[in-house]
Unconditional design. Structure first.
Length: 106
């Protein structure tokens, strides 16, 4: 088992509108986990995912395209999915994602 300690991590500026991120896990095995804080009123423009992404709503409220997510909700994004994000309340999310994997024989 590998453990990361809170004393070894801190939030860092992620975007100019006040969003911050904290690395929780990234060991080169293909999975990264981060905490993100987003202030109410911020947004993330439409983008397409190259890899899968899991999002767990720790607190707050946001809109991903036409879906509203609130505290306790979970979303899984497939590679190739496109969406935008609007933050409706101050929000804390746990996001994990994988690295791009080549198809066999590619």
């Amino acid at each position: 088992m590998k453990v990361t300690r809170v004393a070894d991590r801190c939030f860092k500026e992620f975007t100019a509108d006040g969003a911050k991120e904290m690395d929780l896990w990234n060991d080169g095995l293909g999975v990264t986990a981060k905490l993100y804080t987003f202030p109410k009123g911020s947004s993330y423009p439409e983008h397409t995912h190259e890899t899968w992404e899991q999002l767990y709503m720790v607190s707050g409220k946001l809109r991903i395209s036409d879906d509203i997510l609130e505290t306790g909700d979970f979303a899984f994004t497939e590679p190739g999915d496109t969406h935008s994000v609007d933050i409706l309340e101050d929000t804390l999310v746990l996001i994990s994602f994988g690295k791009q994997v080549s198809s066999p024989g590619a």
